[in-house]
Design a protein around this ligand. Sequence first.
Ligand code: ATP
Ligand code: MG
Length: 229
Amino acid sequence: HQAVVHGDISIDNISYTYHDSEQPVVSNVSIKLKKGEKLALLGRTGCGKSTLLQLITRNWDPQQGQISIDGVALPSWHETSLRTAITVVSQRVDVFNGSLRENLVLAKPEGTDEEFKASLVRVGLETLLEDKGLDTWLGEGGRQISGGERRRLGIARALLHNAPILLLDEPTEGLDRRTEQQILSLLLEHAKDKTVLFITHRLVGLEQMDHICLMDEGEIIERGQHQEL
Ligand code: ATP
Ligand code: MG
């Protein structure tokens, strides 16, 4: 059953404790987002933001509560459908030991070389195409890329994947202000009709969010809109 994913997210009172810890890292969190709504999640380092995001991708299951997409609880989703429904730009972008093409094709298996190149140009990575183009080897025995380039490669993948739900975990960390602005406008333009959860430390781009949540020690301690906070 491969219905078209709409992109409503409902997080109902979830709590999550890592197996090796005593305290929950996420406590009694509830968030509802309708298709197209955008939420920024802020909070100190270690407060549980990335863990919450990973629960939405079903990396782990919460011990309490439930997360649903389009009204269907995550455990009832096929893994492949879930992967089609959600795009993640994680805090640490994985670069494989392989060609530039191999590093992009997972995001869009049916993508063409033209699309791959265009996505690199959009994130300002066209310099990686010099010399060997998409055959450029990344990683061990190949071209080493910087932290900022790695992050932009993650964004290029997100643009290619093009799912109705976009989860962004500090997507512009380590980029200079100008590049940060460019990348954020690119992402928000791309995400116009998508449901977005945007984790950030920085107070940039918040005016374009429908909701802002502040997290502390696993709980959402404040909610509001940009003007109110
Ligand atoms: P940051 O802003 O630094 O990215 P965060 O809000 O994303 O922080 P998390 O990565 O969710 O925080 O981590 C929350 C807490 O859970 C931290 O105390 C962290 O040490 C712990 N933690 C994270 N991942 C694991 C794991 N795989 N196993 C055990 N504990 C973990
Ligand atoms: Mg994090």
